[in-house]
Structures are given as structure tokens and as C-alpha cells.
Design a protein around this ligand. Sequence first.
Ligand code: MN
Length: 712
Amino acid sequence: MIRQFELVERLKAYDPGADEEALNRAYVFAMKMHGSQTRASGAPYISHPLEVAGLLTELHLDSASLMTALLHDTVEDTEATLAEIERLFGSEVARLVDGVTKLSRIELQSDHTKQAENFRKLVVAMSEDIRVLLVKLADRLHNMRTLGHIKDPSKRRRIALETMEIYAPLAERIGIEDWKDELEDLAFAELNPDARKSIVKRLEFLRRRGGDLVSRIIAELSRNLEEAQLKASVSGREKRPRSIWLKMQRKNVAFEQLADIMAFRVIVDTVEQCYQALGVIHARYPVVPGRFKDYISTPKPNGYRSLHTGVIGPERQRIEIQIRTREMHEVAEMGVAAHWLYKQGDPRTDGRQFRWIRELLDILEHASGPEEFLEHTKLEMYQDQVFCFTPKGDLIALPGKATPVDFAYAVHSEIGDHCASAKINGRLLPLRTQLRNGDQVEIITSRSKTPSPEWERFVVTGKAKARIRRMIRSQQRGQYVDLGRAILMRAFRQEGREFSEKLLDPAVKHFGLKSAEDLYAAVGEGQHTGRDVMEVVFPSPPEAVDQVNVVPFTRQRKQKAAPVPIKGLIPGMAVHFARCCHPIPGDRIVGIVTTGKGVTVHTADCDSLESFAHTPERWLDVDWDDAPNSADASHVGRVHLIVANESGNLGSLSTVIAQNSGNITNLKFTNRTRDFFEMLIDVEVSDVRHLTNIIAALRAHPAISSVERARG
Ligand code: MN
């Protein structure tokens, strides 16, 4: 058992200016309060808070944390009150003790394991100060070390389970590698004693057989690095039975050689030396494929950085090696505590990696008081949230069913506005994919991308919804304005007049609008036609204007008017494609103005145009916009096919399309007889020439009886 004076010595070793006297007072107070209480082991109760404080010195925590550790069970288990602690030890320590006490209370409500993930968040959220969580983890570690003294097996099991599912993952997330390993291993010993025993036995056997293998490997690795003029310290450590067990489960293998259970560590001074050391090792020994991981360029979410590799090392043993700098090593050992320590004036640590903790604390602050978290309703509040990581390890909290688009907007509005695609845990997935807890989400942006009206159907956050709507409204408005201006300019030209915005003033007034831009938008939207405007601007016999507009895209017009270039052909936008004829670039096209909906583009030979024959004022001469970004946009062409019903024919059909760089987006059988399939296929193509090529290739194939572009 650690003694009080040792505790003081340890603290003084890393914090010479620490308040020794206050620490001693906390010790005396705790001892007096716990009095004759004993632990299940029979030891005096005070041994427990002392050990907990001792564990915290491993993390180099401050004296307030150590005092909290000494006092952590007094409020819950003795006569002491929080007011007393505040009076004697100040508000900081009182607040920390209060935090630990509250955590211990929720712990008593069992059956949290079903919602382990939420419970972990809850624990973090309640640890308003990271030191509260660290004291709690040390408390749990000591309790696990002494778990064997508890008589009741079901209680032991519950504590072990909770440790495995809640506290060990928390230790991992805040980056305290050693505590996480030990917590897991102690829980493993309780939950699966037979498995652990067999592993321990095997370990002993291998150790006996291998002899001094470990130090021989260390010596050879050191020699190699030295020859390359690298100053490095090499060590080897045995893996815990629990990690060996996990590995055996994953790989379905038994462990054979000592190297399977050893991990070697190389510690150097700088990041460059890490990669140099890796180079030396890879040059010297055969590399085991798939084992190399670079957590230096891509740190783990908890801030862990290191290079990992596996080689067939000295004495033909397969070994695992971790390479890191001393600073990285400290972070790996002390986790978040290392950063907490450096936070006063150390520019290296801006706490970025641990933003997720602060985010969780934010949620707590804006939700309600800690007491309310005890209620199940509040636990559920966490349940319908998802927590996802950015590639840098920042945690983004989102409501349930959130998608990458929500995520993008939560990170930054600009990222949302230009979101092109998303990788979830490294895989490219659709933007509508629902995110799950712990997903790592990478948003790929593109300057030319803008929000799609489709997004509105699947996003769940208010921010994303509002932003998408606003962007679409402003895009639509922009399109309506462009369109309206083009329509009016054309109307002027057709009348042989010089276009001037000034001339529009009477029309602006006449329609009760504020500006020429409003007028353009109204015309673009189809509220007023070009003819309506011309009648106001040039009050002349209307027949002349009429005549021009009736045949806007025929060759007989008086003066050749340039067609209106079309852009932004997305459903829901001011200009969009008709679903009947699927126009693609290169087709001759016609626009039909629909009040309030903008322009629908049809192919010039579409059957459905007949129904607009009696409303010539709605017709608009349009043409493809040759803007550079229209080239990468894909368009859907629809073909009608008749294929002989023979095995392999459908396969050849899709092969032919694929060989010609077409992508089938939809396929529908319209008729199926014994001898033939009749179907409609939608193919993504770049333009009409591309589609023509595909049709020609299909016609050349013997399996295909007939291919036509589908119209109307
Ligand atoms: Mn305790």
C-alpha cells in the first residue's frame, strides 16, 4: 500500500511548487472520516483513496486532483458534507469531489450496459472537468485490482461487465493505453477466467522455451538502428492475455511463437527519425504485409500517434514494432492528461484532439442539470444522437438519422454548400446514407458543386435544411433573372429595337415591381411574357409582336434571335428537363414556360409538345450552354430495346453499354413474351453523340433485335 509521504514525494517530483500542506490535510480528513471502515479485503478503507491518488501521480496530475482522489468517497460513504469540503479545501476541490460523487451515484443504477455507448457519453458529459473522469477511472482501476475480495459473484460480474463496456473504452478514448489494457484484462479475468487461464499457461510455456529471446531481439534491433546512426531506445513488452484472446478470436489462430505475444517499441527524438527507423527496419527484415499503419500522419481519434509495423525479425520471429517520439509516447501513456498538463502555455497542445470532450460538455450545459441525466428519458436523449468523427478526430454531434450532408453543414456552411461526395470509414457512400455512432466521415468538396434540391428530402438538421433552401432560392432567383433578361432582350431584338434597361421602367411600374431585376425574375418565372412587357414598353399595334412570338424558333422570323442558353438542369430548379423525352446535349431543344415553375426543356420532336401548340407565348427558343462545367455533368438518355429471350442476352446488353462508357441507371421491362423482352433503359451519357454511339453498338450486336431512342 502506498503511504501518504510517498504520495507527497511523487507529486513533488514533477510539481515542486505543489501545496504539500493541503494534500496532507485532505489525507488526515479522509482518514478521520472513513475511521474504522474497511474494504472487502479487510484492509483499512483509507488504503483505497490513497491508491487512487497514487495512480493519478502516474499521469502527473495536479494536487487538486490528488486531494479529490483522497476525498472522493467521503461524501457518499461518510458523514462528511460537500459544504464542509468546500470550507476546508476550497471550491475547486469541492466541485471535483461533487463530480466524482455524482458519477458514482449513476454507476449504482445497473443495467446500463445495454446502452453502453450512451452511458459512456453520459459519464463524459457529467465529468464537467476532465480531472473528474480521470479520478473516476483511477477509482475503477483500483476497485478492479481488488475485485477478487468481493464475495458476491453476481456483483463481481456486473462490475467487470461495466468496466469492459464503459470504463475501458473511456480510458482508450482519452488515450490512456495502459489503464485501458489493465482494465480490460482484469475484467476479462472475471468474465472469462478459463480462457484467460489457458492463455497465461501457454505464455509461461513459451517464455520457458524461448529463453532470453526478448533481450536478444532488443539487442539486435538496437544494433541495427545504431549502425544507421539513429539514437533510439528499444524495449519489448508482453501483450496482455485479453489482447491475445481478441487476436485469436479475430484470426482464428492459436499463438505459436513468443513473438506473437510480444510487442517491441522504438523511441526516437524526432518525427523524421521515426520514418528513418522504419526505413532501417524495413530494409533489414521482410515486412509482413498489411501490418504497416501510419498513425503519425493520421492520428487515432484519441490523439494517439505512432508508426506500427510487422516484420519477420531477428531469429525468424514474427514481431510487431511501434515507432514513436518521446512526446508521442507520453501522450500514449498519459492520454488526455498529458495535454491537460501542458495546457498552461504550451503551444504544442491546443487541445484539438479532445474537442469531442468539450463538445459533449457543451451538450450537457445546454441540455439540463446533471440530476436529470439520471432519468431514462435523458438517457434516450443521447440515444437519438449520433457522434461522428472528422478525419482529424474532431467529434461532431448530430441528431439520429443524420446524413453526410448534415455532417458537412455541421462542420462548416461552406463545406455543406460545396459538398460533392462523402467517404464513411474510408468508403465512398451515397450522400443520403444514415450515419452511425463512431463513423469517420470525410467530405469531398468541389467548388462547382451547389446544394441539390434532392438533399432537402433526406437531411435532418435544421441548419442543413435552412441553408439548402436558402441556397436553392437564391440560385432559382438568379436563374429566373438570367432567363427573364434573355427573354426580354430577345423580344427587343425581334422588334428591331435596341435593348436598354432604362426602357423597362414603365413596365416595372406597370406590374407594381421595385426594380428591373424583379421584372426579369417575374418574366423568367413565367408570371409575365415577353409580349406583356413589350406591350407596355412600346404601346403599338399588338399584332406585330404577336406574330414574332408565335414562331420563335422557326426559320421565318424577321431577325435571327439568339437562343437562350440553359444552365442548372436540376429537378426543382428554374430550368429543368422534361421527364418524357430526356433531352441530352446535342439534341435540338425547346423550352416551355410554366407559370411559377420556370422552363421545362423538351426535345424539339417530343410528342408532348403538341399540347402546347395553342399557347405559343409559352414557347422559348433555348440552346445548350457551352460552359466548361457542363461537360462533366452526365445526362440521362432513354432507349427502347427489343432483345431475344435467350440466355446471356441481357448480359451482353449490359456489357455493350459498359464497353461504350455508358452507365445504366434504370431498367424497366415493358413487355415480356416467350421470345422477346421489350424494355426501356436509362443510360447516363455525356451528350447525344455518346448516346448515338451506344445505340449503334447495340444495333451491331446479334442478340439485340431493335434499338430506338425513346421519345414522348
Ligand atoms: Mn472509490
